[in-house]
Design a protein around this ligand. Structure first.
Ligand code: FAQ
Length: 340
Protein backbone atom coordinates (compact mmCIF):
# COMPACT_ATOMS: atom_id res chain seq x y z
CA UNK A 1 0.00 0.00 0.00
CA UNK A 2 2.95 2.33 0.61
CA UNK A 3 4.40 1.94 -2.88
CA UNK A 4 2.06 4.79 -3.79
CA UNK A 5 4.82 7.08 -2.59
CA UNK A 6 6.65 6.24 -5.83
CA UNK A 7 3.92 7.89 -7.91
CA UNK A 8 4.62 11.35 -6.53
CA UNK A 9 6.52 13.61 -8.97
CA UNK A 10 9.84 13.80 -7.24
CA UNK A 11 11.62 16.93 -6.15
CA UNK A 12 14.93 15.66 -7.55
CA UNK A 13 13.52 15.78 -11.09
CA UNK A 14 12.94 19.50 -10.60
CA UNK A 15 16.26 20.22 -8.97
CA UNK A 16 18.83 17.84 -10.41
CA UNK A 17 19.65 19.79 -13.56
CA UNK A 18 23.44 20.02 -13.63
CA UNK A 19 24.48 23.28 -12.02
CA UNK A 20 27.65 23.24 -14.04
CA UNK A 21 28.07 26.95 -13.49
CA UNK A 22 31.55 27.31 -12.00
CA UNK A 23 31.78 23.56 -11.37
CA UNK A 24 34.98 21.63 -12.04
CA UNK A 25 34.81 19.05 -14.89
CA UNK A 26 34.54 16.28 -12.25
CA UNK A 27 31.64 18.02 -10.50
CA UNK A 28 29.90 18.76 -13.81
CA UNK A 29 30.26 15.11 -14.77
CA UNK A 30 28.85 14.02 -11.41
CA UNK A 31 25.85 16.36 -11.72
CA UNK A 32 25.22 15.18 -15.28
CA UNK A 33 25.16 11.60 -14.03
CA UNK A 34 22.68 12.55 -11.31
CA UNK A 35 20.51 14.33 -13.91
CA UNK A 36 20.54 11.14 -16.02
CA UNK A 37 19.42 9.26 -12.90
CA UNK A 38 22.51 7.02 -12.95
CA UNK A 39 23.51 5.23 -9.76
CA UNK A 40 26.70 6.44 -8.09
CA UNK A 41 28.82 3.53 -6.89
CA UNK A 42 31.53 3.46 -4.17
CA UNK A 43 34.47 3.54 -6.61
CA UNK A 44 33.02 6.50 -8.57
CA UNK A 45 34.18 10.07 -8.18
CA UNK A 46 31.80 12.06 -6.00
CA UNK A 47 31.90 15.46 -4.29
CA UNK A 48 33.16 15.32 -0.72
CA UNK A 49 29.95 16.94 0.56
CA UNK A 50 27.82 14.28 -1.16
CA UNK A 51 29.89 11.57 0.54
CA UNK A 52 29.63 13.26 3.94
CA UNK A 53 25.92 13.89 3.60
CA UNK A 54 25.31 10.24 2.79
CA UNK A 55 27.42 9.06 5.72
CA UNK A 56 25.37 11.39 7.95
CA UNK A 57 22.00 10.13 6.75
CA UNK A 58 22.89 6.44 6.37
CA UNK A 59 24.58 6.23 9.78
CA UNK A 60 21.66 8.01 11.51
CA UNK A 61 19.38 5.55 9.75
CA UNK A 62 21.52 2.59 10.91
CA UNK A 63 21.53 3.90 14.49
CA UNK A 64 17.73 4.27 14.33
CA UNK A 65 17.30 0.65 13.31
CA UNK A 66 19.57 -0.59 16.09
CA UNK A 67 18.15 1.65 18.83
CA UNK A 68 14.70 0.83 17.40
CA UNK A 69 15.17 -2.76 18.59
CA UNK A 70 14.98 -1.62 22.22
CA UNK A 71 11.36 -0.44 22.68
CA UNK A 72 10.03 -3.65 21.13
CA UNK A 73 12.66 -5.94 22.65
CA UNK A 74 11.16 -4.84 25.94
CA UNK A 75 8.03 -6.90 25.10
CA UNK A 76 9.45 -10.14 23.67
CA UNK A 77 9.10 -12.08 26.92
CA UNK A 78 5.72 -10.52 27.66
CA UNK A 79 3.99 -11.01 24.28
CA UNK A 80 0.62 -12.66 24.90
CA UNK A 81 1.20 -15.97 23.03
CA UNK A 82 4.03 -18.10 21.70
CA UNK A 83 3.08 -17.09 18.14
CA UNK A 84 3.25 -13.38 18.98
CA UNK A 85 6.60 -13.93 20.79
CA UNK A 86 8.06 -15.68 17.74
CA UNK A 87 6.84 -12.98 15.37
CA UNK A 88 8.15 -10.16 17.57
CA UNK A 89 11.51 -11.89 18.02
CA UNK A 90 11.85 -12.19 14.23
CA UNK A 91 10.85 -8.57 13.72
CA UNK A 92 13.35 -7.23 16.24
CA UNK A 93 16.03 -9.40 14.65
CA UNK A 94 15.14 -7.95 11.23
CA UNK A 95 15.66 -4.42 12.57
CA UNK A 96 19.14 -5.44 13.77
CA UNK A 97 19.82 -6.81 10.25
CA UNK A 98 18.72 -3.50 8.70
CA UNK A 99 21.18 -1.69 10.95
CA UNK A 100 23.95 -3.98 9.71
CA UNK A 101 23.20 -3.47 5.98
CA UNK A 102 23.16 0.25 6.62
CA UNK A 103 26.44 0.34 8.55
CA UNK A 104 27.95 -1.64 5.64
CA UNK A 105 26.55 0.88 3.15
CA UNK A 106 28.15 3.70 5.19
CA UNK A 107 31.46 1.79 5.20
CA UNK A 108 31.46 1.76 1.36
CA UNK A 109 31.80 5.55 1.65
CA UNK A 110 34.96 5.22 3.73
CA UNK A 111 33.37 5.58 7.18
CA UNK A 112 34.74 3.41 9.95
CA UNK A 113 32.11 1.39 11.76
CA UNK A 114 33.94 1.85 15.07
CA UNK A 115 33.76 5.64 14.64
CA UNK A 116 30.06 5.51 13.79
CA UNK A 117 29.25 3.32 16.79
CA UNK A 118 31.39 5.54 19.05
CA UNK A 119 29.44 8.59 17.87
CA UNK A 120 26.17 6.88 18.79
CA UNK A 121 27.42 5.73 22.18
CA UNK A 122 28.84 9.12 23.11
CA UNK A 123 25.49 10.76 22.32
CA UNK A 124 27.00 12.75 19.43
CA UNK A 125 25.09 11.02 16.63
CA UNK A 126 21.37 11.39 16.04
CA UNK A 127 18.86 8.60 15.67
CA UNK A 128 15.12 8.80 15.07
CA UNK A 129 13.22 10.74 17.72
CA UNK A 130 10.49 8.10 17.79
CA UNK A 131 12.56 5.53 19.70
CA UNK A 132 12.79 7.78 22.74
CA UNK A 133 9.19 7.09 23.74
CA UNK A 134 8.27 4.27 26.12
CA UNK A 135 6.38 1.08 25.24
CA UNK A 136 3.97 0.98 28.17
CA UNK A 137 1.48 -1.63 26.93
CA UNK A 138 1.25 -4.58 24.55
CA UNK A 139 -0.86 -2.38 22.27
CA UNK A 140 2.25 -0.20 21.77
CA UNK A 141 3.86 -3.10 19.89
CA UNK A 142 0.92 -3.12 17.50
CA UNK A 143 0.99 0.66 17.17
CA UNK A 144 4.74 0.71 16.48
CA UNK A 145 4.29 -1.83 13.68
CA UNK A 146 1.24 -0.14 12.20
CA UNK A 147 2.20 3.54 12.55
CA UNK A 148 5.99 3.66 13.06
CA UNK A 149 6.86 0.99 10.48
CA UNK A 150 4.17 2.50 8.25
CA UNK A 151 5.87 5.90 8.47
CA UNK A 152 9.30 4.31 8.00
CA UNK A 153 8.15 2.59 4.78
CA UNK A 154 6.56 5.78 3.48
CA UNK A 155 9.93 7.49 3.91
CA UNK A 156 12.05 4.55 2.69
CA UNK A 157 10.26 3.50 -0.51
CA UNK A 158 11.47 6.66 -2.29
CA UNK A 159 14.99 5.97 -0.93
CA UNK A 160 15.01 2.76 -3.05
CA UNK A 161 15.55 5.21 -5.95
CA UNK A 162 18.23 7.24 -4.18
CA UNK A 163 21.27 8.09 -6.30
CA UNK A 164 23.77 6.14 -4.19
CA UNK A 165 23.70 2.48 -5.31
CA UNK A 166 24.50 0.63 -2.05
CA UNK A 167 21.94 2.67 -0.07
CA UNK A 168 19.24 2.26 -2.73
CA UNK A 169 19.80 -1.52 -2.91
CA UNK A 170 19.79 -1.90 0.89
CA UNK A 171 16.48 -0.02 0.98
CA UNK A 172 14.80 -2.46 -1.43
CA UNK A 173 15.32 -5.35 0.95
CA UNK A 174 14.58 -3.26 4.04
CA UNK A 175 11.26 -2.08 2.57
CA UNK A 176 10.14 -5.63 1.82
CA UNK A 177 10.76 -6.62 5.43
CA UNK A 178 9.21 -3.43 6.79
CA UNK A 179 6.02 -4.26 4.88
CA UNK A 180 5.69 -7.46 6.91
CA UNK A 181 6.36 -5.47 10.06
CA UNK A 182 3.65 -2.97 9.25
CA UNK A 183 1.14 -5.76 8.62
CA UNK A 184 2.00 -7.61 11.83
CA UNK A 185 1.49 -4.36 13.76
CA UNK A 186 -1.84 -3.72 12.08
CA UNK A 187 -2.84 -7.31 12.89
CA UNK A 188 -2.06 -6.82 16.61
CA UNK A 189 -4.12 -3.61 16.70
CA UNK A 190 -6.95 -5.25 14.73
CA UNK A 191 -7.03 -8.19 17.17
CA UNK A 192 -7.25 -5.75 20.11
CA UNK A 193 -9.98 -3.72 18.41
CA UNK A 194 -12.01 -6.89 17.82
CA UNK A 195 -11.46 -8.02 21.43
CA UNK A 196 -12.98 -6.83 24.70
CA UNK A 197 -13.83 -3.20 25.43
CA UNK A 198 -10.71 -3.02 27.64
CA UNK A 199 -8.51 -4.33 24.80
CA UNK A 200 -9.92 -1.81 22.35
CA UNK A 201 -9.38 0.92 24.93
CA UNK A 202 -5.74 -0.21 25.25
CA UNK A 203 -5.34 0.18 21.48
CA UNK A 204 -6.95 3.62 21.50
CA UNK A 205 -4.80 4.83 24.39
CA UNK A 206 -1.69 3.65 22.58
CA UNK A 207 -2.63 5.39 19.32
CA UNK A 208 -3.30 8.57 21.30
CA UNK A 209 0.29 8.51 22.58
CA UNK A 210 2.06 7.50 19.35
CA UNK A 211 0.23 9.54 16.69
CA UNK A 212 2.05 12.85 17.10
CA UNK A 213 5.55 11.41 17.65
CA UNK A 214 5.00 9.35 14.47
CA UNK A 215 4.22 12.49 12.46
CA UNK A 216 7.44 14.01 13.83
CA UNK A 217 9.47 11.11 12.39
CA UNK A 218 9.31 12.74 8.94
CA UNK A 219 11.46 15.59 10.22
CA UNK A 220 10.97 19.38 10.37
CA UNK A 221 8.74 21.28 7.96
CA UNK A 222 10.31 21.71 4.53
CA UNK A 223 10.82 25.40 5.28
CA UNK A 224 12.97 24.44 8.31
CA UNK A 225 14.67 21.41 6.77
CA UNK A 226 18.34 22.24 6.47
CA UNK A 227 19.28 19.36 4.16
CA UNK A 228 16.28 18.90 1.85
CA UNK A 229 17.40 21.29 -0.92
CA UNK A 230 20.86 19.84 -1.41
CA UNK A 231 19.85 16.23 -0.77
CA UNK A 232 17.14 16.62 -3.42
CA UNK A 233 19.51 18.16 -5.95
CA UNK A 234 21.78 15.16 -5.43
CA UNK A 235 18.97 12.66 -5.89
CA UNK A 236 19.29 11.36 -2.33
CA UNK A 237 15.94 12.68 -1.18
CA UNK A 238 13.14 12.18 -3.68
CA UNK A 239 10.13 13.43 -1.74
CA UNK A 240 10.17 16.16 0.89
CA UNK A 241 9.45 15.76 4.63
CA UNK A 242 6.06 17.51 4.41
CA UNK A 243 4.89 15.65 1.30
CA UNK A 244 5.72 12.28 2.87
CA UNK A 245 4.01 13.27 6.13
CA UNK A 246 0.88 14.27 4.18
CA UNK A 247 0.88 10.98 2.27
CA UNK A 248 1.18 9.09 5.54
CA UNK A 249 -1.77 10.95 7.06
CA UNK A 250 -3.84 10.35 3.92
CA UNK A 251 -3.32 6.57 3.93
CA UNK A 252 -3.57 6.15 7.71
CA UNK A 253 -6.83 7.99 8.42
CA UNK A 254 -8.96 5.40 6.53
CA UNK A 255 -7.06 2.57 8.27
CA UNK A 256 -7.91 4.06 11.68
CA UNK A 257 -11.55 4.38 10.60
CA UNK A 258 -11.55 0.71 9.54
CA UNK A 259 -10.27 -0.25 12.99
CA UNK A 260 -12.86 1.94 14.70
CA UNK A 261 -10.13 4.07 16.32
CA UNK A 262 -9.93 7.85 16.45
CA UNK A 263 -6.77 9.84 15.84
CA UNK A 264 -6.02 12.45 18.53
CA UNK A 265 -6.35 15.55 16.38
CA UNK A 266 -9.47 17.72 16.50
CA UNK A 267 -8.33 19.52 13.32
CA UNK A 268 -8.01 16.36 11.22
CA UNK A 269 -10.46 16.83 8.38
CA UNK A 270 -10.76 15.92 4.69
CA UNK A 271 -10.11 18.92 2.48
CA UNK A 272 -11.82 18.31 -0.86
CA UNK A 273 -10.09 21.30 -2.49
CA UNK A 274 -6.63 19.99 -1.70
CA UNK A 275 -7.58 16.32 -2.06
CA UNK A 276 -5.80 15.67 1.26
CA UNK A 277 -6.53 15.58 4.96
CA UNK A 278 -5.79 18.77 6.86
CA UNK A 279 -4.21 18.15 10.25
CA UNK A 280 -3.29 20.14 13.34
CA UNK A 281 0.06 21.75 14.20
CA UNK A 282 2.96 19.60 15.33
CA UNK A 283 4.65 20.47 18.62
CA UNK A 284 8.13 21.24 17.27
CA UNK A 285 9.39 22.18 20.72
CA UNK A 286 8.77 18.61 21.80
CA UNK A 287 10.43 17.29 18.63
CA UNK A 288 13.65 19.29 19.11
CA UNK A 289 13.75 18.53 22.83
CA UNK A 290 13.64 14.80 22.04
CA UNK A 291 16.15 15.09 19.18
CA UNK A 292 18.54 16.99 21.46
CA UNK A 293 18.49 14.24 24.08
CA UNK A 294 15.76 15.25 26.51
CA UNK A 295 12.96 12.86 25.54
CA UNK A 296 11.27 10.42 27.92
CA UNK A 297 13.73 7.57 27.22
CA UNK A 298 16.88 9.05 25.61
CA UNK A 299 19.15 8.28 28.57
CA UNK A 300 17.73 4.77 29.02
CA UNK A 301 18.07 3.95 25.30
CA UNK A 302 21.73 5.00 25.19
CA UNK A 303 22.58 3.17 28.41
CA UNK A 304 20.94 -0.02 27.13
CA UNK A 305 22.70 0.28 23.76
CA UNK A 306 26.13 0.78 25.36
CA UNK A 307 25.48 -2.08 27.79
CA UNK A 308 24.46 -4.42 24.93
CA UNK A 309 27.59 -3.45 23.00
CA UNK A 310 29.84 -4.09 26.01
CA UNK A 311 28.11 -7.39 26.77
CA UNK A 312 28.76 -8.51 23.18
CA UNK A 313 32.48 -7.69 23.39
CA UNK A 314 33.47 -11.33 23.96
CA UNK A 315 31.62 -12.38 20.76
CA UNK A 316 33.51 -9.81 18.70
CA UNK A 317 36.80 -10.91 20.27
CA UNK A 318 36.05 -14.60 19.61
CA UNK A 319 35.06 -13.90 15.98
CA UNK A 320 38.23 -11.86 15.42
CA UNK A 321 40.41 -14.59 17.01
CA UNK A 322 38.73 -17.24 14.83
CA UNK A 323 39.24 -15.16 11.66
CA UNK A 324 42.88 -14.61 12.66
CA UNK A 325 43.42 -18.37 13.24
CA UNK A 326 41.89 -19.21 9.84
CA UNK A 327 44.08 -16.61 8.11
CA UNK A 328 47.23 -18.00 9.79
CA UNK A 329 46.27 -21.56 8.81
CA UNK A 330 45.70 -20.48 5.20
CA UNK A 331 49.15 -18.83 5.11
CA UNK A 332 50.94 -21.91 6.55
CA UNK A 333 49.00 -24.25 4.19
CA UNK A 334 50.07 -22.06 1.24
CA UNK A 335 53.74 -22.13 2.36
CA UNK A 336 53.61 -25.96 2.71
CA UNK A 337 52.27 -26.17 -0.90
CA UNK A 338 55.05 -23.87 -2.17
CA UNK A 339 57.71 -25.93 -0.35
CA UNK A 340 56.30 -29.17 -1.83
N1 FAQ B 1 14.64 12.24 14.57
O1 FAQ B 1 17.22 18.80 7.23
P1 FAQ B 1 16.44 17.68 7.81
C1 FAQ B 1 12.67 2.94 11.38
C2 FAQ B 1 17.36 15.79 12.08
S1 FAQ B 1 13.95 3.78 10.70
C3 FAQ B 1 15.88 12.70 14.83
O2 FAQ B 1 15.03 17.53 7.37
P2 FAQ B 1 17.16 15.24 6.45
C4 FAQ B 1 12.67 1.45 11.27
C5 FAQ B 1 18.19 15.54 10.83
O3 FAQ B 1 18.93 14.35 10.97
C6 FAQ B 1 13.62 5.47 11.12
N2 FAQ B 1 16.49 13.64 14.07
O4 FAQ B 1 17.25 16.32 7.62
C7 FAQ B 1 12.08 0.84 12.46
C8 FAQ B 1 19.02 16.80 10.76
O5 FAQ B 1 20.04 16.72 11.75
P3 FAQ B 1 21.65 16.78 11.35
C9 FAQ B 1 14.71 6.34 10.66
C10 FAQ B 1 15.81 14.09 13.00
O6 FAQ B 1 18.24 14.27 6.66
C11 FAQ B 1 10.70 0.82 12.66
C12 FAQ B 1 18.04 17.85 11.28
O7 FAQ B 1 17.05 17.17 12.03
N3 FAQ B 1 14.62 6.53 9.23
O8 FAQ B 1 11.83 3.58 11.90
C13 FAQ B 1 14.52 13.63 12.66
O9 FAQ B 1 17.09 15.92 5.11
C14 FAQ B 1 10.15 0.24 13.81
C15 FAQ B 1 17.39 18.63 10.14
O10 FAQ B 1 16.45 17.80 9.41
C16 FAQ B 1 15.61 7.10 8.55
O11 FAQ B 1 16.63 7.45 9.10
C17 FAQ B 1 13.95 12.67 13.50
N4 FAQ B 1 12.72 12.17 13.28
O12 FAQ B 1 15.75 14.54 6.68
C18 FAQ B 1 12.90 0.25 13.43
C19 FAQ B 1 15.39 7.24 7.06
N5 FAQ B 1 14.12 14.28 11.55
O13 FAQ B 1 21.95 15.54 10.57
C20 FAQ B 1 12.35 -0.34 14.57
C21 FAQ B 1 16.53 7.94 6.37
C22 FAQ B 1 15.11 15.13 11.20
O14 FAQ B 1 21.85 18.02 10.53
C23 FAQ B 1 10.97 -0.35 14.74
N6 FAQ B 1 16.62 9.33 6.72
N7 FAQ B 1 16.12 15.02 12.09
O15 FAQ B 1 22.37 16.81 12.66
C24 FAQ B 1 15.89 10.32 6.12
O16 FAQ B 1 15.06 10.06 5.26
C25 FAQ B 1 16.17 11.73 6.53
O17 FAQ B 1 17.42 11.77 7.17
C26 FAQ B 1 15.06 12.35 7.45
C27 FAQ B 1 15.51 13.78 7.85
C28 FAQ B 1 13.74 12.44 6.71
C29 FAQ B 1 14.89 11.53 8.74
Amino acid sequence: MYTQALDVPDIAAQQAAPHAHGASPAEANFLARIARDEKIEPQDEMPEDYRKSLIRQISQHAHSEVVGMLPEGNWITRAPSLKRKEILLAKVQDEGGHGLYLYSAAETLGASRDDLVDALHSGKAKYSSIFNYPTDSWADIGTIGWLVDGAAIMNQVPLCRCSYGPYARAMIRVCKEESFHQRQGFDIVRALCEGTAAQKQMAQESVNRWWWPTLMMFGPHDSDSEHTGQASAWGIKRISNDDLRQRFVDVTVPQAAFLGLTLPDALLKWNADRGHYDFGPIDWNEFWRVVKGDGPCNAERLNDRVQAFDDGGWVREAAAAHADKRARRAVSAASVRIAA
